[in-house]
Design a protein around this ligand. Structure first.
Ligand SMILES: NC(=O)c1ccc[n+]([C@@H]2O[C@H](COP(=O)([O-])OP(=O)(O)OC[C@H]3O[C@@H](n4cnc5c(N)ncnc54)[C@H](OP(=O)(O)O)[C@@H]3O)[C@@H](O)[C@H]2O)c1
Length: 364
């Protein structure tokens, strides 16, 4: 028996990496039930071959080359759902899009079929209302979301396990953006905000429009996912977001003009970091869930933290999560990880997939 995989978003950065890794590592040959890519989708095309898309064709599709007659094109999500619904055997569906409209497909796959999902796309789990979120994650073996937050670490799975074990999570705090970590690190070391932002753009760390990083919304989605996994019925609107730079700067729709406008904040940020250093602190863009008497509060924003504290000694694009629980005598759980990246994300998508393989067994 083979595990049939459909990759949605196969032409993107993560999708392409994933396809290449799958072909190079040949994860399939090691298992009794090997995985085979049978479907690949971009925004406008869905290619499907029941017996598996040959590696050279899969690589060509990932490079956005048409692979011929098997390609459907009308409504991709509808085509994918119909294909899944029409087959008696389950599929392993991977979402490596950044789509905000894909929630309905996730819900239909989980609700109406025996197929499973692995998602690196955080939108379905962060933009959904809590009840839909719960419908998705309530069968963890059918819905893998480890790559939605700190793809290179165990943030998601650790919190799910603690919740299942009945451990009360008192707080979660973390630096979840490699881009904002990089900028904060430069400022803490005496650099100018505008230079740090330009370097982040040049290094390819930012979104096409860097305001999408600096507005804090991505970090807010991540802490919301973790807070929900910790058992709190929260919506995105419950997260108090303080952007990295004042709101009025975000309105500039031109990325180049946006970056240039940031120079007017250099002096303010320089003074702020100097003041922090004088107190033995550093600036970090922190996401925080704190629970008091069972009531959760969630916020994200630029904060002063002690240089020797749990979030103080980060550098570059490193991410960290610190979880405090009510376990008597327990240490804080803390994990540091690189700010994801394509190779790590591809690998961890495949890792979630491993947990969904039926009767997972190695062959020699
Ligand atoms: N990059 C990382 O290190 C990293 C780490 C963790 C998680 N992630 C997440 O992984 C996802 C993919 O990131 P990426 O950098 O690979 O993005 P990307 O390069 O923009 O690729 C997005 C892929 O999804 C497809 N797509 C986009 N919008 C779609 C829509 N509305 N309907 C159907 N398909 C759509 C695109 O198809 P077309 O080619 O036709 O446009 C493309 O194949 C994102 O959700 C991101 O947040 C990324």
């Amino acid at each position: 028996m083979v595990e049939r995989v459909i990759i949605i978003g196969a032409t993107g950065n993560v999708g392409r990496t994933l396809v290449r890794q799958r072909v190079e590592k040949d994860m399939g040959s090691m298992h009794r039930n090997p995985t085979v890519i049978v479907g690949m989708a971009s925004r406008e095309e869905f290619a499907f071959e029941r017996d598996g898309i040959p590696p050279e064709k899969a690589l060509a599709f990932a490079e956005r080359k048409s692979i011929g007659k098997d390609t459907h094109s009308s409504n991709v999500f509808e085509d994918i759902f119909n294909m899944i619904k029409g087959c008696w055997e389950p599929f392993r569906v991977i979402d490596v899009t950044a789509s905000k409209e894909i929630l309905d497909l996730h819900l239909r796959i989980i609700g109406c079929t025996d197929s499973t999902i692995v998602t690196a796309n955080k939108n379905p789990v962060a933009l959904s209302v809590y009840s839909d979120f719960f419908r998705l994650v309530s069968e963890p073996q059918r819905y893998g979301l480890r790559c939605s937050v700190m793809a290179g670490a165990e943030a998601v799975n650790k919190i799910m396990d603690l919740k299942d074990l009945g451990v009360l999570i008192k707080s979660i705090e973390g630096c979840f953006s490699g881009t904002l970590g990089f900028i904060a690190d430069r400022i803490n070391n005496g650099g100018l905000l505008s230079d740090a932002l330009k370097a982040a753009v040049e290094n390819g760390y930012t979104e096409p429009h860097p305001a999408s990083d600096l507005d804090g919304s991505d970090v807010a989605k991540k802490i919301l996912i973790l807070a929900r996994l910790a058992g709190h019925r929260l919506e995105l609107s419950d997260v108090k977001i303080s952007p990295f730079v004042p709101e009025e700067y975000m309105r500039n729709e031109d990325p180049g003009e946006f970056v240039s406008s940031i120079g007017s904040l250099d002096k303010e940020f320089k003074e702020r970091s100097k003041e922090a250093r004088g107190k033995g602190n550093v600036l970090r863009y922190v996401a925080r869930l704190s629970v008091r008497d069972g009531t959760p509060a969630v916020c994200v924003g630029l904060e002063e933290v002690h240089a020797d504290g749990p979030l103080g000694d980060l550098s570059g694009t490193l991410n960290r999560i610190v979880i405090k629980t009510d376990l008597p005598g327990s240490m804080h759980y803390s994990v540091t990880a690189p700010g994801a990246g394509l190779e790590i994300t591809g690998q961890n998508v495949r890792r979630d997939l491993l947990y969904q393989i039926r009767d997972r067994r190695l062959v020699t």
